[in-house]
Design a protein around this ligand. Structure first.
Ligand code: KG4
Ligand code: ZN
Length: 333
């Protein structure tokens, strides 16, 4: 039986566990999503997220062990997302992981959720050499990092208000698409024409490498209000496609501006929004036109999962970076 690490992720609304063999092979990747719990509220309710993690975590971990066909003696360490994320949700994973590690007599590894997302780009054996630009686009982050060498992350651009994922979620909400909004908006926009309704490209020509997505939601709100008054005959899918295009265009332009500015030829785009089909298509086209090496996670590794925590945890394991038993979850990023 190969030796392995167990990884746990519970920073938001997915209860997830994965097993990675010490050679880097993902032996299992189990995700229990809480979408049904939060749908009626139109967004993630932190208290309900914590309760749901408590209910699910043991069965999710058991399922990951069973799918990987490993027994407890094979587990050499337990990697857990320590933060950033929802405090109560993180505490469930950290407490469970620490207790299990203690009982098994193995160390635990505290993984930064963002480093987990970064590691997701390499789970598929895609290589990104340094120096590179790493772009984390998720529900909580829109962060551009210059990475001169591994382990050194220089934040060179970020959102000044909402994250790109929030702009997708809130836009989807206004369009009546429910929760989670990003994937639903992506699906609807696939049948729409992005050129019928043109939304302003927020912060496109200002703010350097920073972003701002709060204004675009207001534009959509006004557009929908006027449309109702004027009974304009514009299809919902065209509005969705136009709205998505405005977000995606700014994300891509600024990512490539960072690549140009820092004279790097490698770009990795990770996080939930990197699952967006339009973003992936336009990024790939732009990367090949510009001779830029692009690393994108496989779809299953874009949104929160424990395989990415396992991959980041494995790097820490090989470097001997284990966590103290009194280390706690930390919500802030
Ligand atoms: O990385 P993630 O699972 O959680 C955070 O760390 O935030 O990202 C979740 C975000 C949500 O805002 C969700 O709507 C967005 O990623 N998302 C998408 C798509 N799939 C997930 N946004 C646009 N298009 C998608 N296909
Ligand atoms: Zn995430």
């Amino acid at each position: 039986m190969p030796l392995a690490l167990l990884a746990i992720e519970s920073s938001c609304d997915e209860t997830a566990a994965a097993v990675i063999n010490l050679d880097g092979h993902i032996a299992s990747n189990v995700i229990s999503s809480q979408h049904e719990v939060h749908r009626q509220y139109g967004g993630v309710v932190p208290e309900l997220a914590s309760r749901s993690h408590i209910e699910k975590i043991e069965s999710v971990v058991r399922e990951a062990m069973s799918q990987a066909q490993v027994d407890w003696p094979a587990i050499q360490a337990i990697a857990v997302t320590r933060g950033p994320g929802l405090a109560g949700a993180l505490v469930v994973g950290v407490s469970f992981g620490k207790a299990l590690a203690f009982a098994l007599g193995v160390p635990w590894i505290a993984v930064n959720h963002l480093e987990g997302h970064v590691a997701s780009a390499w789970l598929d054996k895609q290589v990104c050499l340094t120096p590179c630009v790493i772009f984390i686009v998720s529900g909580g982050h829109t962060h551009l990092y210059l990475v001169p060498e591994w382990g050194s992350y220089e934040l060179v651009g970020r959102t000044l208000d909402d994250a790109a994922g929030e702009a997708f979620d809130k836009g989807a909400n206004m369009l009546g698409l429910g929760h989670p909004g990003g994937p639903a908006l992506d699906r609807l926009a696939r049948t729409g024409n992005p050129d019928i309704v043109r939304f302003p490209r927020p912060y496109h020509h200002k703010g350097g490498l920073n972003f701002s997505f709060s204004g675009i939601k207001t534009s959509l709100l006004y557009y929908l209000r006027d449309r109702q008054q004027e009974k304009a005959d514009v299809r919902l899918e065209d509005i969705a496609a136009g709205y998505q295009e405005a977000i995606v265009e700014v994300l891509i332009d600024k990512a490539f501006r960072a690549v140009d500015h820092y004279h790097v030829s490698q770009l990795a785009v990770v996080g939930g929004v990197s699952a967006n089909s339009r973003l992936r298509a336009l990024l790939s086209a732009r990367a090949s036109a510009n001779g830029v090496q692009l690393a994108l996670p496989k779809l299953e590794y874009c949104t929160d999962n424990a395989a990415m925590i396992a991959a980041a945890g494995l790097q820490a394991y090989h470097a001997g970076r284990f966590a103290a038993w009194d280390l706690d979850a930390v919500a802030a990023g």
